[in-house]
Design a protein around this ligand. Structure first.
Ligand code: HPA
Length: 249
């Protein structure tokens, strides 16, 4: 079964015929909310908004471990994570949809691993995951095929730079991220992707560009925060179409 982890602009899942909600407790604490099970067309899915149903949890306070653990308990085998981002690369302007293929992690002070040593209460022994390609190729391919089937243009590939937030970046930080090879900047892509890999859950990301990153394009002087909601709302319609095609059996 697939899970959809919704980001800003996706705190409820239109088109989902809800069958049940389940509160899951985990050794890591509370997930962002109850898991919502239901059907999109013929596909059974589970939905979890990472900021909570009322969008109350900021990126650095999301319990990423509890969220992924709860999805594993629900026997999820693949996650489609929707994230909102700023665009750094030319051509990644507001309204662009991107399926990233790489990550640079700038986050800190987040609980970022399940591997906590032999004394850990759940006893996953310390191990090392291969993270050369942080997203599951098979799910990325499915996502790209779904976008094509839905008639929605998406960019295939890009480097997601994950920042700690909740503040946005300085123009110099974005220039540094650009030199590092980042094409997108967001606050929630990590440690989510790595935790999924630790649990053996396939994970792919669909990033919604809602603004030019700080200092870029029409964000040269400031990021017009008041505009983001409208861009997000307009683009989410396209995201829903892609999700419907993605989960279709
Ligand atoms: N920076 C970080 N996170 C974001 C941005 C941004 O410019 N836009 C949306 N999420």
């Amino acid at each position: 079964m697939f899970a959809i982890i919704g980001g800003s602009g996706l705190t409820t899942m239109p088109g989902l015929a809800v069958t049940r909600r389940q509160v899951v407790r985990t050794p890591y604490g509370e997930p962002s909310g109850a898991l919502t099970f239901g059907r999109i067309g013929a596909a059974e899915i589970v939905f979890l908004p990472r900021h909570g149903y009322g969008h109350t949890i900021p990126p650095h306070q999301i319990n990423y471990r509890a969220n992924l653990w709860a999805l594993r308990e629900a026997r999820v085998t693949g996650v489609l994570a929707v994230t909102t981002v700023g665009g750094i690369r030319d051509g990644f302007g507001p309204g662009a949809l991107v399926v990233p293929d790489q990550i640079v992690d700038y986050t800190d002070a987040r609980a970022h691993t399940f591997f906590e040593g032999p004394e850990s209460s759940i006893g996953i022994p310390v191990s090392h995951i291969d993270f050369t390609w942080p997203y599951a190729q098979v799910l990325r391919a499915r996502l790209l095929a779904a976008a094509a089937a839905a008639g929605e243009a998406v960019h295939d590939g890009g480097v997601y730079g994950a920042t700690q937030g909740p503040r946005l970046e300085t123009a110099a930080e974005i220039r540094r991220m650009e030199r590092d090879g980042c094409d997108l900047v967001g606050m929630t892509g990590m440690p989510e992707a790595a935790l999924a890999r630790e649990l053996g859950i396939d994970y792919a990301c669909l990033s919604v560009v809602v603004n030019h990153a700080a200092g870029k394009g029409d964000s040269a002087r400031a990021i017009a925060l008041a505009n983001l909601e409208a861009i997000l709302a307009a683009t989410m319609v396209r995201v829903h179409r892609i999700i419907e095609a993605f989960v279709a059996p």
